[in-house]
Design a protein around this ligand. Structure first.
Ligand code: FAD
Ligand code: FES
Length: 253
């Protein structure tokens, strides 16, 4: 993990209220795995904490993150200009553990698709990915070209304005038996992960399932305990350091 200064290469809108920022990092920061994240300064001065964002793509010295406009921090980020310098701490947290897995079902919702894209890009040479991606509506759909490395891609929207009407969990469950995946990875809004956990447990699912969680964060490195979540055994876990990827039944959702 390193704290470095990156240069904004591009910062453009890719869907309604969603931006993609590509940053060039000249220092060697080591390997970055899909599911890991960065803590990025917003350019809004030191009073704004850095914001955690999942890595979407790594290409040579360039790292791309995508972010949805939410509040002050992401608004400030959206104003960053090409050539601007931003401090970035990376790589943080754990990636998706896919050793020994071959056929992976990928379930993403909204901005949760970004770390999943990085994971598919990293492993598509020797693993098969079957992606189920859900968006609110057509204007939120983005980065489908980045998902082309999936063996199959199902896109659904809540209102049916793009792809079938429905959500990504339902879409996967419809295919689950014939797909026969040996692993599931998922990232999306808390309600999506909660429903996924409930449905998998109802079906006595035996396939390992890993989810990436979001929590409010401070330091991003395990020191401040802002990001603590409850584990099913009653213990606490730091999402930044012990996660953000957890086994679905390890954590309370
Ligand atoms: C590991 C991780 C990866 C993430 N990856 C992405 C991503 O790839 N794309 C994306 O759009 N969003 C991602 N998020 C959520 C993103 O960090 C928040 O949307 C963002 O910090 C909001 O900042 P803001 O100042 O615009 O919003 P405000 O609501 O003004 O933020 C106020 C404070 O709350 C924190 N906060 C608000 N919402 C969240 C949230 N959902 N998760 C964590 N902290 C939050 C902010 O960091 C800030 O400290 C990720 C969060 C985590 C923890
Ligand atoms: S954000 Fe500080 S411990 Fe996780």
């Amino acid at each position: 993990m390193k704290d470095v200064v990156a240069t904004v290469k591009s910062n453009k809108i890719i869907a309604e209220n969603v931006y993609m920022m590509t940053l060039t990092i000249s220092e060697n920061v080591g390997e970055i795995h899909g599911g890991q994240f960065v803590n990025l300064a917003t350019g809004g001065g030191e009073h704004l904490l850095r914001r955690p964002l999942g890595v979407m793509k790594v290409e040579g010295n360039d790292i791309s993150v995508c972010y949805q406009l939410k509040g002050e921090g992401t608004k400030k980020l959206s104003e960053a200009q090409e050539g601007q310098k931003l401090k970035i701490l990376l790589p943080l947290g754990n990636g998706f553990p896919l050793e020994g897995k071959k056929k992976i079902a990928v379930i993403g919702g909204g901005v949760g698709i970004f770390p999943l894209i990085a994971t598919i890009r990293e492993h598509c040479a020797d693993k098969e990915f079957y992606s189920y991606m859900g968006f609110r509506t057509k204007s939120a759909v983005c980065l489908l070209d980045e998902l082309e490395k999936s063996r199959s891609l199902t896109v659904v929207t809540d209102d049916g304005s793009f792809g079938e009407k429905g959500n990504a969990v339902e879409a996967y469950l419809k295919d689950a038996a014939k797909l026969g995946a040996d692993c599931i990875i998922a990232c999306g809004p808390p309600v999506m992960l909660k429903v996924l956990k409930q449905k998998l447990n109802e079906r006595a699912n035996k396939i390992p399932c890993f989810v990436s969680l979001e929590e409010r964060m401070g330091c991003g490195i395990g020191a401040c305990l802002v990001c603590v979540c409850k584990k099913q055994n009653g213990e606490n876990a730091r999402v930044c350091k012990d996660g953000p990827v957890f086994k679905i039944n390890e954590v309370n959702l």
